[in-house]
Structure formats: structure tokens, C-alpha cells
Design a protein around this ligand. Structure first.
Ligand code: HEM
Ligand SMILES: *[C@@H]1O[C@H](CO)[C@@H](O)[C@H](O)[C@H]1NC(C)=O
Ligand SMILES: *[C@@H]1O[C@H](CO)[C@@H](O)[C@H](O)[C@H]1NC(C)=O
Ligand SMILES: *[C@@H]1O[C@H](CO)[C@@H](O)[C@H](O)[C@H]1NC(C)=O
Ligand SMILES: *[C@@H]1O[C@H](CO)[C@@H](O)[C@H](O)[C@H]1NC(C)=O
Ligand SMILES: CC(=O)N[C@H]1CO[C@H](CO)[C@@H](O)[C@@H]1O
Length: 334
């Protein structure tokens, strides 16, 4: 009897400790972000941003993909602080010329248009460039995927006053990484296997250059042979020839946000080596395989996990409070 109540008492303590632990935010800065940040200071901000993103996607559907990728490349390099948008200065060489970014990331003119429109609507510069990237990524996903892919974006990020080409080279995973390396890169950013698999689903839209999948379509073994053959037509084996020729990352539904990217992986039709590493690579974990299979048959599970992981990625080391600034021009520090 006495030992029974002792057990009961311990349980109460354990439950209380768990509750308190749950209440402590994992990243202290992230707690400062909230979806209502601009509601009072500029209620027009979010609708104005969405309108400009919609116009840009109407002009060119690929722009949705390019804007989504900008947010990823911002967040993985010193956190979501708008650093990817900074041009080089005498004080630093920025991220735009880093290997994964050079002649590859796009959408800067659209970001400029958003910034001009939102500053005009708010009558002063209150919305950060880092938040613009987070919102433009969400809007792109919701416009190309429908309401299932809409989520509330935690806001209140401020903009960095510096940028680092070296950090961009070291932090953005290249397409030749194997599963172990991809997971290590995500782990280094506080993200887990589920985040890696769900966020790679961003490759449900957009394009890759031949030079980024040439080795895969000529040398990889875990690729559908007919798929490889069809891609070779527009991507010659000779290095330097046709380097910039494009192929869609999701060959089944290239401009819709949906779960068909994962159906492609199950059919060994991942276009990047890194994509296929999530399913059927040498070091691929069983958790990754199970998630790819789940997402390939269940669009709701994919949408749920993708949105959660986007919010998690968006929480990477934001500048808040008195840190950073609200840039007047997203390409330059004030
Ligand atoms: C898991 C590691 C990842 C690797 C190795 C990777 C690599 C790549 C590569 C090589 C391209 C093609 C670039 C080009 O040829 O110019 C690309 C495109 C793209 N990536 Fe990723 N990526 C990864 C994760 C992500 C994540 C997490 C997101 C967003 C949440 C993302 C979003 C995109 C989008 C949307 C495109 C198409 C961009 C466009 O068409 O302009 N990627 N990625
Ligand atoms: C470089 O940094 C110094 C000191 O922070 C600053 O005064 C100057 O304006 C910066 N130059 C440029 C081109 O950003
Ligand atoms: C295939 O792999 C070999 C050996 O690593 C390499 O020399 C060759 O360049 C690769 N081919 C392509 C088209 O990437
Ligand atoms: C796995 O490794 C073996 C031995 O190195 C190699 O022959 C095979 O092509 C690899 N498979 C995949 C899917 O990468
Ligand atoms: C992944 O790549 C790293 C670095 O090249 C290598 O050491 C490791 O053996 C590879 N893992 C697998 C499972 O192929
Ligand atoms: C690369 C670099 O120096 N990054 C720094 C930029 O500034 C922020 C603070 O504003 C630092 O936290 C980064 O480390």
C-alpha cells in the first residue's frame, strides 16, 4: 500500500515535470514570433503580399517554386534573417554568389515588388524582408497547392546587417549528398528525419538544371531506366554541354503542390540524387522509407507534416527585439 502511493506520487511529479518541460520553448527566440505580429501595425500587409505573389505566379508559374526556395536558402544560412537577399558590399561577400545560389536562386525582383507594395500600403517600412520571404513561400505553396497547404506563418523576424558566402557554401546541402549527409545537414539545423522528408517535398514544384542531375541519370543504379533515358535526351553526358537545360523536379505534376513527388520517388523517378536518397539509397533509414511511402499514398499526411516542418524551418534563429533591423531595401543594409 505504502509503495503504491509512493508510485502514485512519483507519477504526479513526472507528469508535472513533463508539463513544465513542454511549456519551455525549444528555441527561445522562436517564441517571440507570432502570426498576428502585423495585425495592428499594418493589417493590409499580408493581403498585399499575397496579391503580388499571385500576380508573379500568374506571369510565370515557376516563380512560386523560386520564392519557396529563397526562404529555405535564407533559413539554412545563419537563420531566417533575410541575409540571402543582400548584395555584396565592401564589408562582406554575400550569399548570392555561393555555389548553391549562383545563377540558381531567383525571385529577387518579386521580393523588391513585394517590399515596395507593402511599404506603400503600410505607409512606412514595418515588414521585414525575412518575414516577406516566409510569407511569400507560404503564399506560393497555398496558391499552387490549394487550401490544404495554407498555414499561419509565425512573424516578427528582423533583418540581418551582414551575410556570409562561406556560411552559404557550408550550410546548403548539395544534390550529390547521400542520406547520411542530408540528415546530418538537417540535424545541424535542429531538424529531424521527418522534417527532411517532408521539406524535400518542396520539390513537388520547380526545376533543376541538367548539371545537378547529370551524374544521377548516367551513373546511379536506383533510377527507372526509361526515366533516365528520357532525361538524357535534354542533358548530354559531356560536362559543360547543356548544363543549364531544365527538367521539372516533380515529373508527374510539375507545377502543382501535391504528393506526387513521393509517388515519383517510390517509382525511382527522383530527379536529384538527394531526392532518391530518401527512398532506396544505401544508407536510407527505415523511417525515411516509411514516410516516403506514407506521403505517396496520403496527401493529407504530407500536407500536415510539410506545414509543420515549414514552420519549424521558419523558426531557425530569427533576429527579434533589438537585434537586426527592418530594411528599407531588401538588397542592402540600412
Ligand atoms: C534536402 C536537401 C535539398 C537539396 C540537396 C536541394 C537541392 C536543390 C537543387 C540542386 C535544386 C535545383 C537548382 C538548380 O538547378 O538551379 C533545387 C531546387 C529547388 N529546391 Fe531544393 N534542395 C533541398 C531541399 C529543399 C528544401 C527544404 C526546399 C524548400 C522547403 C527546397 C525547395 C526547392 C525548390 C522549390 C526548387 C525549385 C526552384 C526553382 O524552380 O526556381 N529544396 N533544390
Ligand atoms: C561597412 O561597415 C561599416 C561599419 O559597420 C559601415 O559604416 C559602412 O557603411 C559599411 N559599408 C557598406 C558598404 O555597407
Ligand atoms: C560517372 O561516374 C564516373 C566515375 O565516377 C565519372 O568519371 C563520370 O564523369 C560520371 N559520368 C557523368 C555523366 O557524370
Ligand atoms: C550501394 O552501394 C553499392 C556498393 O558501393 C553500389 O554498387 C550500389 O550502386 C549502391 N546503391 C545505391 C542505390 O546507391
Ligand atoms: C555517405 O557519404 C559519406 C561521405 O562521402 C561517406 O563517408 C559515407 O560512407 C556515405 N554513406 C553511405 C551509406 O554511403
Ligand atoms: C556571418 C555573420 O557574421 N553573421 C552574423 C550577422 O549578424 C548577426 C547579428 O545581427 C550574428 O548573429 C551573425 O552571426
Amino acid at each position: 500500500m505504502a509503495s503504491f502511493s509512493y508510485v502514485q506520487c512519483s507519477l504526479v511529479v513526472i507528469v508535472m515535470v513533463c508539463l513544465v518541460t513542454l511549456m519551455i520553448p525549444t528555441t527561445t527566440n522562436a517564441a517571440a514570433l507570432n502570426p498576428y505580429f502585423y495585425d495592428r501595425v499594418c493589417p493590409q500587409a499580408l493581403p498585399v503580399i499575397r496579391r503580388v505573389v499571385q500576380k508573379a505566379i500568374n506571369r510565370e508559374r515557376r516563380m512560386g517554386a523560386s520564392l519557396l526556395r529563397l526562404h529555405f536558402h535564407d533559413c539554412f544560412v545563419n537563420g531566417c534573417d533575410g541575409s540571402v537577399l543582400l548584395d555584396d558590399t565592401a564589408n562582406f561577400t554575400g550569399e548570392k554568389t555561393a555555389k548553391p545560389n549562383l545563377n540558381s536562386i531567383r525571385g529577387f525582383e518579386v521580393v523588391d515588388q513585394i517590399k515596395a507594395a507593402v511599404d506603400k500600403a503600410c505607409k512606412r517600412p514595418v515588414v521585414s524582408c525575412a518575414d516577406i520571404l516566409a510569407l511569400a513561400a507560404r503564399d506560393s505553396v497555398a496558391i499552387l497547392g490549394g487550401p490544404l497547404f495554407w498555414y499561419q506563418v509565425p512573424l516578427g523576424r528582423r533583418d540581418a546587417r551582414n551575410a556570409s558566402q562561406t556560411a552559404a557554401n557550408n550550410n546548403l546541402p548539395p544534390p550529390f549528398f547521400n542520406f547520411t549527409q542530408l540528415l546530418a545537414s538537417f540535424n545541424n539545423h535542429g531538424l529531424n528525419t521527418k522534417d527532411l522528408v517532408a521539406l524535400s517535398g518542396a520539390h513537388t514544384i520547380g526545376f533543376s538544371k541538367c548539371k545537378n542531375f547529370r551524374n544521377r541519370i548516367y551513373n546511379d543504379t536506383n533510377i527507372d531506366p526509361n526515366f533516365a533515358t528520357s532525361l538524357r535526351a535534354n542533358c548530354p553526358s559531356t560536362s559543360g554541354v547543356g548544363d543549364n537545360n531544365l527538367a521539372p523536379l516533380d515529373p508527374i505534376t510539375p507545377s502543382r503542390v501535391d504528393n506526387f513527388y513521393y509517388k515519383g520517388l517510390v517509382g525511382k523517378k527522383g530527379i536529384l540524387h538527394s531526392d532518391q536518397e530518401l527512398y532506396g539509397g544505401n544508407g536510407t533509414s527505415s523511417e525515411s522509407v516509411k514516410l516516403v511511402e506514407l506521403y505517396s499514398i496520403n496527401p493529407f499526411a504530407f500536407a500536415r507534416d510539410f506545414k509543420n516542418s515549414m514552420i519549424k524551418m521558419g523558426n531557425l534563429s530569427p533576429l527579434t527585439g533589438n537585434n537586426g533591423e527592418i530594411r528599407l531595401n531588401c538588397r542592402r543594409v540600412n
